[in-house]
Design a protein around this ligand. Structure first.
Ligand SMILES: C[S@@+](CC[C@H](N)C(=O)[O-])C[C@H]1O[C@@H](n2cnc3c(N)ncnc32)[C@H](O)[C@@H]1O
Length: 482
């Protein structure tokens, strides 16, 4: 069997799940002292960095594949982690003796397993999640996956007589490449979608593994969001929100269109379904909890004041000499540019971008923003705090500010003895390392000239120069811990 090359997925992080819980009125267990289960954890690429980050929490990852569990176990052993258990085990074998978990993660699994296993996943979320627990389940969704389903059907058809996994993916990739080349100049809607698909393939460092598991598995049935929400209800669970905040809401539509969709929606879940139709959503990362909890998104300062904020946006300056203080436009790491007229939002984002990728606790952030913008704010300190809190909340739901329930451990200052995290060091020889934000960072090589007798000074100078420039870069990558 070809192992699935596991990646970290920041949207599954207990710090983020807990923050969502707080925002929607739950009282989730702090990630630094919790129990986490990941089902279909593959080689542990996602759960191992979490276990490293929270040594007092307990992590269990289960997967059917002994090969993947073996790869993960080697990493666990190298890092000498004692708070994580990786087991070759089926989801079907989980039960009440496994105890309760504060967080349950099921990423990239639910769409790829038979219905019986889907049912069991939801049973486990119901029976093994503590009362205030939070589950994360991702899945392929219609209508967006319809196009991907055509690609899947084509690949399965082309390889129907081939057994060897490598030959299957090589053959499928060859056909996709031919299609891409043949339609490179076309602007037909279908061909534009094909190009987008080609770009997605390019973003995977192990495209064969991606194709084999995401497109060519025996099971892969996309469904509509409303079907998923119905399945949750049948299992005593409810949908809270999606872990990925986008800038699209019904109210981004023209007012009469938004009103029409509101009118035809029977409830909040219906709104989600119509948004999927409007956006042609392909994938969802649903956050789920027990149905008994009164979930609502009402803003209150208490819901955010124990959280930590960060951002990945950077200010866009009119010219290189413009003071950062005047920046009103920003760019996300994904390249999306936006601007805001709202002064407090500008100050908040500028403050956070200064410490990127570190976090700051909300009370300190509010203090820092207050200092920067005294004339804009009310005299009443409590009202000021409320106003800034509201801005933080709005920026989060606009997808340009992160909220987390625990601070990040990354270090921004370059010390006399700069140290990268053990995980980054362990993975450095591979093409990607996992940083402290649970993202994959591409690695590079340092080229040193051949050492020649009598040229030690020159070699030392070259090493020094290269190290200096790399060191300047490392803190922003989120890999330094000292
Ligand atoms: C597409 S991979 C995703 C792996 C990982 N969660 C990720 O996103 O990188 C799906 C994983 O689910 C595992 N899996 C499938 N059925 C399973 C079952 N019944 N019990 C446990 N693991 C299962 C597979 O072995 C595989 O590692």
């Amino acid at each position: 069997m070809t192992p699935y090359a596991g990646d970290p997925y920041c949207l599954t992080h207990p710090s983020l799940l807990a923050a969502f819980g707080c925002l929607y009125g739950l009282s989730p267990t702090p990630p630094a002292n919790c129990r986490v289960l990941e089902m279909g954890s593959g080689d542990g690429g996602n759960i191992i960095p979490m276990a490293y980050e929270f040594p007092k929490s307990e992590f269990i990852g289960i997967d059917l594949s002994p090969v993947q569990i073996g790869i993960g176990q080697k990493i666990v052993d190298s890092l000498e982690l004692e708070n994580i258990l990786l087991e070759t085990r089926s989801i079907m074998d989980m039960g009440s003796t496994d105890g309760k978990f504060d967080y349950i993660i099921v990423h990239g699994v639910y769409s790829w397993v038979p219905d019986m296993v889907k049912e069991k996943v939801l049973d486990i979320c119901r029976n093994n999640l503590v009362d205030q627990g939070i589950a994360y389940i991702s899945y392929n969704v219609l209508p967006g996956w319809q196009f991907n389903k055509s690609m899947r059907d084509m690949m399965l058809y082309r390889t129907r007589h081939i057994k060897d996994p490598k030959e299957r993916t090589d053959t499928a990739l060859d056909l996709v490449t031919t299609m891409l080349e043949a339609t490179a100049d076309s602007n037909r809607f279908y061909d534009v979608q094909l190009r987008f698909f080609g770009k997605t393939l390019q973003s995977f460092h192990d495209v064969s593994s991606y194709l084999l598991h995401d497109y060519m598995e025996a099971d892969n049935d996309p469904f509509y969001f409303h079907e998923f929400a119905g399945a949750l209800k049948n299992h005593g669970l409810q949908y809270i929100c999606d872990a990925e905040q986008t800038d699209f809401e019904l109210d981004s539509l023209p007012a009469d269109a938004a009103a029409k969709f509101e009118e035809v929606s029977e409830n909040a879940l219906d709104v989600e379904q119509y948004v999927d139709f409007l956006k042609n959503t392909r994938f969802r990362h649903s956050i789920v909890c027990h149905e008994e909890i009164d979930v609502n998104q009402d803003y209150s300062l208490e819901r955010i004041e124990h959280l930590f904020a960060a951002t990945d946006v950077v200010p866009v300056l009119d010219s290189p000499d413009s003071p950062i203080k005047e920046a009103t436009a920003f760019r996300t790491s994904g390249g999306r540019r936006f601007s805001t007229e709202h002064f407090l939002a500008q100050v908040t984002l500028r403050k956070l971008s200064e410490i990127k990728p570190s976090t700051i606790d909300i009370p300190s952030l509010i203090q820092a923003v207050k200092k920067e913008a005294p004339s804009e704010l009310e005299r009443d300190s409590k009202k000021q705090t409320e106003k800034i809190g509201h801005v933080v909340y709005a920026l989060f739901f606009n997808g340009v500010l992160e909220l987390l329930a625990a601070p990040r451990r990354c270090v921004l200052e370059i010390s006399d003895c700069p140290t990268a995290s053990p995980i980054a060091r362990l993975l450095a020889p591979s093409r990607r390392v996992t940083n402290l934000m649970m993202e994959g960072v591409r690695t590079g090589r340092v080229d040193l000239p051949n050492h020649k007798e009598g040229r030690e000074d020159k070699t030392r100078e070259l090493i020094h120069n290269q190290l200096e420039s790399i060191l300047q870069h490392l803190p922003r990558c989120g890999v330094l811990v000292a």
